[in-house]
Design a protein around this ligand. Structure first.
Ligand SMILES: [Zn+2]
Length: 215
């Protein structure tokens, strides 16, 4: 949570979900029957549903995925405040799926911008390719250096945007101007304000979040 993860790139210089160690639906499937794969894919996508994270004081501080939220609960770091009406089954147990969790110990959240990570850039850009302005699942987005690294472009909030593979291939090693592409908006750092706005946006999908976000 907020930890700055090391960013990895594939040989073409693109950031990939696999390189970031993020779960991709179906990627942890063992080879098996078609129905087994279907079930696991559904479960994998459930495990990536957003969960609102509250501080010990009930202040909303973050959004995480079900998978991570359940790890925090199992470790005794957080407890569930709101649940989905769904369960996931492990070998011996059925676990209710959390929608809102609360940290048991107060965590100081610095007011400055959040860690530069693939996840946060996709959040900031709302999973929207900043060139074709279409929304994609995280697994179908990469990060594009607006000014290519080969031209001295740096890995900063202002120079990294969410980008679909098609636009990324199309743009290649060119600037948006050279490629005849236009940015949807100027990329900015992710502030606490952006973060709150996003939590509210995501919160519209889940009634259980409302009382923590709309006060
Ligand atoms: Zn695109």
């Amino acid at each position: 949570m907020g930890a700055n993860r090391h960013m990895s790139v594939d040989p073409r210089g693109r950031y990939t979900p696999e390189a970031m160690g993020e779960a991709v639906p179906g990627s942890d499937d063992p080879a098996g029957s078609r129905s087994h794969n279907l079930l696991s894919t559904r479960r994998a996508s459930l495990m990536q549903e957003p969960v609102l994270v509250l501080n010990a004081t009930y202040e909303p501080i973050n959004v995480t995925a079900v998978r991570r939220a359940m790890v925090l609960m199992l470790k005794g770091v957080a407890q569930a405040e709101e649940m989905h009406n769904t369960e996931v089954h492990s070998a011996a147990h059925a676990h209710k799926v959390p929608s809102v969790i609360r940290l048991l110990a107060y965590r100081h959240i610095p007011q400055q911008s959040r860690a530069l990570s693939r996840k946060n850039i996709l959040l900031r850009d709302r999973n929207t390719c900043q060139f074709c302005i279409r929304v994609f699942p995280s697994s179908e987005l990469t990060l594009d250096h607006v000014v290519p690294r080969s031209r001295g472009g740096r890995s900063t909030w202002e120079n990294l945007v969410a980008c679909c593979y098609r636009c990324n291939n199309n743009k290649g090693d060119r600037t948006p101007e050279e490629a005849g592409l236009k940015l949807a908006r100027r990329p900015r750092p992710f502030t606490l304000h952006t973060s709150r706005q996003l939590m509210r946006l995501i919160g519209h999908r889940d009634e259980r979040w409302r009382k923590y976000l709309f006060y």
